[in-house]
Design a protein around this ligand. Structure first.
Ligand SMILES: O=P(O)(O)OC[C@H]1O[C@H](O[C@H]2O[C@H](CO)[C@@H](O)[C@H](O)[C@H]2O)[C@H](O)[C@@H](O)[C@@H]1O
Length: 384
């Protein structure tokens, strides 16, 4: 299990690049060109360059002495090109939105294209898949306080009564259930590695039997994850603002509240732990490093599993709708594309490379979309 490999500076640099990249929104290829030769060195390493929230760290970049010379200019370029965050209370919002117009043509708003989506799904069984953080709840500094609004919860409850509905999240099921508190919903926690069916009696959408689903493909990793969690909690004590979250079959190391000058040290610490556990891998989310088992299982596999469980494995009459905001949701968007079924909707205020077809700006728009979906279904039922 243990590996004696040393922490190479390249590995740490890659992690730092990942930290910086994952912390921000993704750049259109045309704007990458502005970085010129500098990006050329790195484009093979990363296809997507992201820089959400990097404005928060503008005051820290001169202090980033730990990072290598290569990393510093890369981070500087990302900051320099970082678009201002869109403030909903700011009248200049329209300008921000206009900048994204060309991208939006390729990924139109799911609200604007609602009638088209309804037409596509006509006579098909709609199944709704929803990410949690950044999709049903806004991104906040404290992961413990990522609450949904009451309105969102009421809409979600109605959606789950009308359609088979699953929340597919990086969180552990217990935590997301604490936020959602709906027995009508399927939950796929730990990035799909922990799947449970609805608990509310009589609210089961299975075509076949009525037993709740339970699937945990990474259960043998539980002791290892708990061990690594304890080690990381200790290690992160030395990094102000860092937080480790135990998501049962995976772990999140949050750096949203860590000053950028400490990112290289955080990356170094995480790497020093991970090199001892080759059966765990690392992925990046929104200002978070995710540590998970190296099994071939992700949100895409989870939705395939759920569709199969619902009796739609080989069905042409199913129309899955997946809404998510993060890189891990791309696995699900890809699955829908390759099945040629349903649609992916990316939640984003700015341009990103994505396998989704449509977009929504934020959880507020997600709520509006879900409300229209529920109303439309009820109107159809009244007609028939
Ligand atoms: O798959 P998701 O439901 O999107 O979960 C992904 C991670 O979401 C949470 O972190 C993110 O949201 C936090 C609260 O808004 C925010 O503070 C953090 O910076 C984001 O990365 C969650 O805490 C993680 O465990 C999930 O893996």
């Amino acid at each position: 299990m243990k590996s004696s490999s040393r922490v190479s500076s390249n590995t740490v640099n890659s992690m730092v690049l990942g930290l910086a990249a994952s912390s921000s929104q993704q750049v259109q290829k045309s704007s990458m060109a502005l970085f010129g030769g500098l990006l050329g060195q790195y484009q093979k390493r990363r296809l997507l360059f992201t820089f959400e929230d990097s404005n928060n760290n503008n005051n820290n970049h001169n202090n980033n002495k730990v990072a290598s010379n290569k990393v510093n200019p890369w981070l500087e370029s990302m900051r320099a090109s970082s678009p201002p965050r869109i403030n909903p209370n700011n009248n200049n919002n329209q300008d921000d939105h206009n900048k994204n117009n060309s991208w939006i043509v390729g990924h139109p708003s799911a609200l604007k294209m609602f009638d088209e989506i309804m037409w596509k799904s006509k006579a098909k069984k709609v199944v709704v898949f929803l990410d949690y953080d950044g999709t049903l709840s806004p991104i906040v500094a404290d992961p413990e306080k990522a609450f949904m609004t009451k309105k969102m919860r009421a809409t979600l409850k109605e959606i789950a009564k009308l359609f088979p509905t699953a929340i597919v999240t990086g969180r552990c099921i217990d935590k997301v259930y604490e936020f959602v508190r709906l027995g009508e919903v399927y939950y796929a926690g730990s990035h799909g590695m922990d799947i449970k069916g609805p608990t509310t009696k009589g609210r089961n959408h299975h075509k076949g039997n009525n037993e709740a689903v339970l699937f945990q493909p990474a259960s043998q990793f539980l002791p290892m994850i708990n061990q690594v969690y304890k080690i990381l909690v200790e290690k992160m004590k030395g990094i102000p603002g860092a937080k480790v979250e135990n998501n049962k079959f995976c772990l999140s190391v949050h750096f949203r509240c860590v000053e950028e000058k400490c990112w290289p040290a955080l990356a170094e610490q995480v790497n020093s732990v991970l090199k001892e556990y080759p059966k765990l891998k690392l992925t990046h989310g929104r200002k978070v490093i995710e540590i998970r088992p190296t099994i071939k299982w992700d949100k895409g596999k989870a939705i395939e599993f759920l569709l199969e469980s619902l009796g739609y494995g080989n069905s042409n009459s199913v129309f899955p709708i997946y809404i998510g905001d993060d890189r891990t949701d791309e696995d699900a968007f890809k699955v829908l594309r390759s099945r040629g079924q349903g649609i992916g909707i990316l939640v984003s205020q700015i341009q990103k490379e994505t396998n989704a077809t449509y977009t929504l700006h934020d959880p507020l728009e997600v709520g509006q979309f879900l409300r229209r979906l529920a109303d439309s279904k009820k109107a159809c039922s009244r007609q028939t």
